[in-house]
Structure formats: C-alpha cells, structure tokens
Ligand binder design. Structure first.
Ligand code: GNR
Ligand code: NI
Length: 182
C-alpha cells in the first residue's frame, strides 16, 4: 500500500470526466487500498480516484464516526466503503445545506445545498452490484464524490462571489504555508 499525491485546484486533472471501470483486477484492488490509505492519512471522509490522478469512476468513503455518538473523542469505527461506477437512480426534492470541504481545495469550507436522500446503484471492487437508499452524511459525501467523477468541485455550487472568496482565501493560505516552510 502507498499514499498517493492528491491533486489540488486549479489542476486540470480535476476537470477530467472519469471513465467507467470495466476490468475488476488486482491493479484495481491495489488502487482501492492506496486510496483508502491516502484518505485516512489526509485525513478525509471520502476520496475519488481522479483526486489521485486516475480518472476512473471509483471512489471510497469512510465517515469515521465516533463509536459513541455522545462522545466525539471516542475511537472511530473503521467502515471503508468502495463505490465503483455509481449512479443516482432517484433523489428527493428536499435540498438541505451542509458545510463541505475538499482535499483538493485544502482548508476551505462552504455551505452547499444537495438532496437529503438518494437512491444509488454501484459496484464493489469485485464487480458485485448494489442498490440502496442513502441519507444523512453518507448521501452528502457520495454526491460530493460523484461530482468529482464529472469534473465538478463543491466550489462550483457556490455563487460567483462566494467561490471567488474561497479561492482568495485558498491563495492566502497557500502563501502562509509557503512562508512557514521557508
Ligand atoms: O474529507 C472530506 N470532508 C467532507 C466534508 C463535507 C462534505 C464532503 C466532504 S468530502 C472531503 C474529502 C474529499 O475531498 N473528497 O472528495
Ligand atoms: Ni472532494
């Protein structure tokens, strides 16, 4: 297993339309293992393959929720989920806000509106098909990751003004990081 480099905006890699996965082989399993390791190390709750420079329709999610919902400091239960060739079959008409972040737009957060429930179909790394109704944070995260497969970032959902504010803060943050490193 290996940690892979995460591409950041405005890298054109992130604007690629990811291609369907057709071959479920050892190379795919290695990529899935590397993506999980990269996501846990970041740390993040989701990662699309295109974010590590492989534009195929594969994403991983682990919400890493605390074991005891009453105690945010309690250890997290590992629950890695793999979604290959995911499709949204249905979404609710009820959009809800959630403050999103993205490993490709580091340290920036903004509220995005998305449907609160979706019905999705996907495959796992063996090629087995699943279909389920999904809600809550998993629905938010899956929609965020599926956007990546279509070259879309969470900042694309913001008004021009808010997007420009986020990009300005990102530029400032990067400058500060550079100064720290020097
Ligand atoms: O780690 C992440 N957190 C997050 C928070 C709210 C909504 C979506 C996400 S996904 C993000 C990791 C990432 O960039 N995945 O593409
Ligand atoms: Ni993201």
């Amino acid at each position: 297993m290996a940690i892979r480099r995460i591409y950041e905006t405005p890298d054109p890699m992130l604007r690629q339309i990811s291609k369907p996965v057709e071959t479920f082989d050892d190379e795919l399993e290695t990529l899935v293992a590397d993506m999980l390791e990269t996501m846990y190390a970041a740390p993040g709750i989701g990662l699309a393959a295109v974010q590590v420079g492989v534009p195929i329709r594969l994403l991983v999610i682990d919400l890493q929720e605390p074991e005891d919902p009453e105690d945010p400091e309690s250890p997290t239960v590992k629950d890695p989920k793999v979604f290959i060739n995911p499709e949204i079959l249905w979404h609710s008409e009820n959009d809800v806000p959630y403050t999103e972040g993205c490993l490709s737009v580091p340290e920036q957060y903004a509220e995005v509106m998305r449907p609160d429930r979706i019905r999705a179909r996907w495959q796992d790394e063996k090629g087995k098909t699943y279909e389920e109704e999904i809600e809550g944070l998993l629905a938010v995260c899956l929609q965020h990751e599926m956007d990546h497969l279509n070259g879309v970032l969470f900042i694309d959902h913001l008004s021009r003004l808010k997007r420009d504010m986020v990009l300005k803060k990102l530029a400032k943050w990067r400058k500060e990081q550079q100064q720290k490193a020097a």
